[in-house]
Design a binder for this molecule. Structure first.
Ligand SMILES: Nc1ncnc2c1ncn2[C@@H]1O[C@H](COP(=O)(O)OP(=O)(O)O)[C@@H](O)[C@H]1O
Ligand SMILES: [Mg+2]
Length: 257
């Protein structure tokens, strides 16, 4: 058992340079407790995707340390569910095959096909899309593809979930619906989650804390408490507290950007 105080994600002095010396992240320090959900907001180009890619192990060369429960995040024990902005679904596979493949890769030992199909049905239902099981991604709307990508991330039962502006391509109405479905799903399966967005309202709706990234990579990020997160979903958006929090976050953004 890990020490509770150190459980969860711990990023220490993370610095990423791309080949050619392009500085993508300066000196990032952040922690997310196990089963916590934090949102990250920052201007375009400040390094949000780079941060997720480094945590997910897609960027191998960086300075600093990324730990989950005090072990390297890239150890066998940490399974990461990444939801990229572009959905990341394979067009030549059905919805079911897309999810099945992710489950097989992440849990090679679990081979009972029937049990896996039941699991897939469960996750599709939880996202409200069980009727899409045999469809191909290209025949789905952006919102439907996004739901499949999220169902797939939950279905592998990850240790940690990383989402990179997953709802940014959706219209406002679809977006609100999916935000709520995602949050309901997370509340029943609270995986440690880091959610990148460039939308202030989304950051407030979905994050227990909100991390504001600076536009200048050499500056430190700021973590803002977010009591709104614990309000009832339907009360959040129209409350005075929500409005006040929006103003507060915007103030921090103006300081950092
Ligand atoms: N593959 C790459 N090679 C070189 N520079 C990159 C690469 N990917 C991103 N960058 C640069 O790193 C910085 C951070 O990019 P990124 O993490 O994509 O930011 P964000 O997701 O916040 O928009 C930007 O200046 C970007 O131009
Ligand atoms: Mg990005």
């Amino acid at each position: 058992m890990s020490d509770l105080r150190n459980s969860g994600l711990r990023v220490t002095d993370l610095r990423v340079e791309y080949t050619g010396g392009q500085l993508a992240l300066g000196r990032v320090n952040l922690t997310i407790p196990e089963h916590g959900i934090y949102t990250i907001i920052g201007p375009s180009g400040c390094g949000k995707s780079t941060l997720l890619r480094a945590i997910a192990g897609l960027i191998k060369t960086y300075q600093g340390e990324i730990l989950f429960n005090e072990k390297s995040v890239h150890s066998q024990e940490t399974l990461i569910g990444l939801v990229p902005q572009s959905y990341g679904l394979l067009p030549w596979k059905t919805v079911q095959s897309n999810i099945l493949m992710a489950m097989r890769i992440s849990h090679p030992d679990r081979t009972l096909r029937q049990a896996q199909e039941q699991q897939i049905q469960y996750w599709l239902e939880s996202m409200g899309i069980s009727d899409l099981v045999d469809r191909y991604p290209m025949s789905l709307s952006g919102g439907q593809q996004q739901r499949v990508a999220i169902a797939r991330a939950f279905a592998i039962l990850p240790t940690m979930m990383l989402l990179d502006e997953p709802f940014s391509a959706l219209d406002a109405f679809t977006r609100e619906t999916i935000q709520q479905i995602f949050l309901d799903n997370w509340l029943t399966h609270p995986t440690t989650t880091l959610f990148v967005t460039h939308d202030v309202e989304e950051a407030i709706l979905l994050g227990e804390k909100i991390i504001v990234m600076p536009s200048n990579q050499e500056e430190s990020l700021e973590v803002v408490d977010n009591p709104i997160f614990h309000m009832k979903h339907e009360d959040k958006r129209n409350s005075d507290e929500f409005f006040q929090q929006t103003k507060r976050i915007r103030k921090v953004m103006h300081k950092k950007w």
